[in-house]
Design a protein around this ligand. Sequence first.
Ligand code: PLP
Length: 403
Amino acid sequence: MITTKTYPNFLQKRLDYYERVVMPALNSEKSPFFLNVVPNEQSIFVDNNDYLSIGNHPEIIEAQITQLRLKDNSVMSSFFVSGKGPREQFEEMLAIHTHQEASILSTSGWDANTGLMQTIADKETHIYLDRMVHASIFIGAQLSGGIIHIFNHNDPDHLEKKLKEYGTGVVVVDSVYSSIGSICPLKDIVGIGKKHHCVVVVDESHSLGLYGKEGNGLVAQLELEDQVDFITASLSKTFCSRGGIIICSANFKNYFRHNSFPAIFSSIIQNHEAVRFIKTLDIIKKDEWRRELLHKNTAYLHDHLDYMGFNTEVSTSPIISLEVNNESKAILLRDLLVHKNIVTAPFIPPAVPKKRCNTRMTVNCSLTVSQMQHIVQSCKEVLPVVQLPKDEINCYREKHLPH
Ligand SMILES: Cc1ncc(COP(=O)(O)O)c(C=O)c1O
């Protein structure tokens, strides 16, 4: 028998409000991310971060299966792990690849960022965050108890103004911003951070594997390795699996294992997952052609979509967000594109500020020219619909997108 729950008032009223006010506003049946149309075989998937199209690479899957058969799959916190298994091997490989001393694996990019912030700041630390940094950095900064200052997106002058006002601390940016695809002016930001004797952290979730020699990232490409103190990344993007990484100094690694809550109180990834990362890194380094194609496809789509009317020109990266100015338009746009067999990912608050609502396309190296032509043509066709006034949009939805 299934039980229906009613919660105490302090919780129930939140759920009632969401059901009554938020869900209808989102114009959707179950949740904002409910797809009204089921993707089919012709669907073009630009909703994920498998930039180099290696998620289903047979060699990677084979390596993982072989490791699983070894039945060597302990699950414990990294605090207790010692020795030289696949996890340590991957950490060493990645550190060498990015020209740093050490790296620390974690179960997610979220854990990497929250664990790092918690261990490098406390209630006396000033923390300077770009307005668009990933939520995990923001929450990590809150967890640390530090004094948070937000500077305008990609605005080094505003950062410097804040540093002059409040003094040194920790500066955190993303190299490529996941919700709108803009690239951080890293040289300027890092330069200002260092001028003010700050600890500088760069989240390279959307640039590791895509930029730099053999995909060693934007920090390495810009030769900022000695100035950036910590690089973090989610391994669910180019590396296409569950995991996160902190790239750091050797002595920080020891300190982190004994002080970070995720390292002490949460289990580490398993050996077969680490083996997957080792094989994936091999392919990322070796298959330059994937990066070349990715950047070629990215340039093609930017050439055809920029200045069409979606504000895609804020990005030069493989993340292309089609911006509209409210939640229901972002969901409608996603639905309209699904109707044209293009599957995108909608971004609404709290992932982005309201006026930056969008549905996001992530370019990958397997897109064909005819698929990209179809994407461009479809964007042209749906643009006038999302520009309609609100009541006309509702009529349009009823008529053309019945549930
Ligand atoms: C920039 C950035 N940092 C961190 C994360 C969190 O990564 P994960 O999904 O592995 O927890 C993400 C993923 O959404 C991200 O885009």
